[in-house]
Ligand binder design. Sequence first.
Ligand code: DAH
Length: 517
Amino acid sequence: MDKELQRTINELHIYEKKILKALKELGYEATPEKISKFQDMDIKAVMSAAGSLESKNLIEVHKVTDEVISLSQTGKKYAKEGLPERKILLLLEREESVPMGQIKEKAQLENSEVKIAIGWLLKKKWASIEKGVVKITPEGERAVNEEYKDEALLDKLLEKQKLLLFNPPQIIKEGFDILKKRKGLIHIKKEPKYTLKLTNKGRKLLEMGFDITEEATQLTHEQLKTGSWKSLKYRGYDIKAEHPDFYPGKKHPLRRIIKEIRKTFLEMGFTESRGTILESAFWNFDCLFQPQDHAAREMQDTFYIKNPKNVQLPGTDLVAKVADAHETGGGTGSEGWGYIWNIDVAKQAVLRTHTTCVSARFLAENSPPLKMFSVGRVFRRETITYKHLPEFHQVEGIVASEDINFRNLLGILKEFYHKLGFEVRFRPAYFPYTYLSTECEIYLPEKESWVELGGAGMFRPEVLEPLGVETPVAAFGLGIERLALKQLEINDIRMLYKSDIGWLRKLPITKGISLDE
Ligand code: DAH
């Protein structure tokens, strides 16, 4: 306990210490005003330090609401000039009786004041009215040299400006009762009044004792240079203190995951390549030995572009070889698809449906051995569901060398997924451009099902021969959003595109990414 108190002492601000000391001197309880005077502190500083002392349980802050009275503009005027009935009384002292009609002028009253003045004159029994003539009474004569209760309060208010009604009462009760009834002379305002009281813990802390010394808050260049900072006194910090939530700007989680994937492939010795989102059907389909009547090419699966409608094809040599592969199998020993290949179909502009076209382009321009990956957006006409979007990201890759085989491909994928923290399983699959082919899947416990992440396989000779590649090529293309599902612990990929600011703010930046980022 003592240790804890000692820590509390070390964390006290100098203002808090001053308040505690003042409370000790002022009988363990005092108003902020008193403390502010006693320690020569600004009242605001007292209040804010009192708040933090209260949160540490060292003092209690009691609040009572009092009423404060002060003079209005008219009130001030009467306090200085005298009330209108007093003016009449002074007139009557001089003239004894005055006809009603002359009162206003002789007593120098305003129109609006006459009625009220006469009313109070009678109420205070200073005069009587008989047959239209106002006459001073004996009581009035006595009152000439005496302040009435309401006048006494007006005077006091003029001097003090403010008086408390209850705590403690500073008013003249009878005077207040009268002034309250007179319209527009005084303001009555509710005002909170505080009392600071030491708690037992506060007393104990005072018993342990502490000094009030200046503490270093901001170090100066000079103090650092000369080393004088070593002898300064510092206040302890409570690092467990409550703090407001703070949400600094950060990268979108999907971008972070993409960055992580990029880093993983770079670490595995791959080079990065990029393609374009607008692609010809040639690179997206034909080059990958996808027949021109293949279902995936249908309008309901692929977005075709109106403008530009067509995209220029590469040199005729490659186009002719691709045509050959489709029609007869070319020099591959295969029979091809056995139909008449149409160049106009190949020229059509599409939003790429996968990033595999980037691999085809890369193979056309580079010779093995090589390892390449690319990350990018792809587009498909999909109905939106928790695992389908019409626009998403893929990471694509190829490894081309004399001795690469299907087993190596599975090894590469396993390693990649392990690095990201996933277990995968492989299933046999079919793609027009690969043989052998496989699909990778990860398990989603929340959905109690396996989701497909992407495909992979060894590029077929019908793909490689036209491109002039003579070594085997292992290839893969993997969806990224579905990876994010597990990494971000969400069960709907739409979350990634929702801009749900609450979710984004709360998402730790370490989610889905290694810590050395
Ligand atoms: N392009 C396929 C898709 O989008 C994935 C794929 C399968 C890519 C096999 C490949 C591959 O490179 O060899 O579903």
